[in-house]
Design a protein around this ligand. Structure first.
Ligand code: HEC
Length: 316
């Protein structure tokens, strides 16, 4: 599955990489184009939502604040975390979602990601009003991707050729910014809120220091907070993935370290627990987040400590 997707994505990313390069090399053309970021810049291609409705891209963004990212549901690397982060931002901005704020997650694998597949995926991330998962004709999606410039060439660190970037924009005011889609969700939410509320007067937050700080005391906690909380809680119930409280009483430590470091490998090897978990959680895959087994063990130690402080000591 991954190999097949990679081939398609590589070709697409190479095309887009070339398009982006031409933008970098032609700064004057870019300046001239800047005035055209509107109806004539964004293609009004037909897309289909996860609910099977036909919509048009420019109509979706016209006069609105939007956050746009490119995904594909079979991604085993960053996209699931990216979508999980966006789900956190959605919760923080629930009062605006579907009113003047919209999220558009566009699939770059339209062949596999039918509206029905996207619907299951959207439901698993608890996508609410105003968050559309879109698919379309391959050529239209490719054109859109080029215009949005959200790809990079595949490389060793990013094997699927997909840069987890979020394009945030206010079409009415012509303000657009690209941010990493893996950013602190509170920072992203604050930036979007500023733009939707009163973009003219309120300052855009400029530093991470302005986002509420998280006290970090260990590597395990840092990694858990930045890489896992979009999808897991410790003792607060299942989220997009299972609640991890007491996980080391349920699974063997060696298995946990290997699984957290390379869940894709374990699924592909047919590991029975990994396969059963994936079957239960349907379309969302526990992603490979490029962690070492030592880092995974630190995370497990942190989860154990949190479990003990919320539930008393682990039975093991
Ligand atoms: C995008 C969402 C997402 C992120 C981010 C994520 N996970 Fe998961 N995780 C899942 C899903 C979904 C499953 C269920 C298995 C599947 O569908 O592949 C899972 C399963 C697990 C399991 C197995 C639970 C069991 O019952 O054995 C562990 C352990 C785990 N994740 C730990 C982590 C850790 C640690 C991190 C951070 C480094 C993390 N996950 C990041 C979605 C995620």
């Amino acid at each position: 599955m991954r190999r097949h997707d990679w081939a398609g994505t590589t070709a697409l990313a190479a095309t887009i990489g070339a398009a982006m390069l031409s933008v970098v090399l032609c700064p004057t053309r870019l300046a001239a184009d800047a005035s055209r970021w509107g109806a004539s810049y964004f293609p009004n291609v037909a897309l289909t939502t996860q609910n099977g409705e036909t919509v048009h891209f420019y109509d979706l963004i016209k006069g609105k604040t939007v956050a746009i990212d490119l995904i594909y549901t079979t991604c085993e690397y960053n996209c699931p975390l990216e979508t999980g982060r966006l789900a956190q931002v959605q919760e923080l901005l629930a009062d605006r979602m579907g009113r003047d704020l919209f999220f558009l997650s566009i699939s770059i694998d339209p062949k596999h990601d039918t509206p029905a597949v996207l619907k299951t995926y959207a439901d698993e991330f608890h996508a609410g009003p105003g968050w559309l998962f879109l698919t379309g004709k391959p050529n239209d999606v490719e054109l859109l991707s080029k215009k949005l410039g959200l790809y990079s060439r595949p490389n060793r660190d990013d094997p699927d050729g997909h840069t987890p970037m979020l394009l945030i924009g206010n079409e009415a005011t012509g303000q657009w910014v690209k941010d990493t889609a893996l950013d602190n969700p509170r920072y992203v939410a604050q930036m979007i809120r500023t733009w939707t509320d009163s973009w003219k007067n309120a300052p855009t937050p400029k530093t991470y220091a302005e986002a509420p700080p998280i006290a970090i005391t260990s590597r395990g906690q840092y990694l858990f907070t930045t890489k896992c909380t979009a999808c897991h809680t410790i003792g607060r119930g299942d989220r997009i993935g299972p609640d991890l409280a007491g996980i080391s009483s349920l699974r063997e430590r060696g298995w946990l370290a290997r699984y957290i470091a390379a869940p894709d490998v374990m699924r592909n090897e047919g590991d029975p627990i990994a396969s059963a978990l994936f079957a239960k959680y349907k379309t969302v895959r526990m992603p490979n987040l490029s962690l070492t087994e030592a880092e995974a063990s630190d995370i497990v130690a942190y989860v154990d400590a949190q479990t003990a402080s919320t539930h008393g000591p682990n039975p093991k």
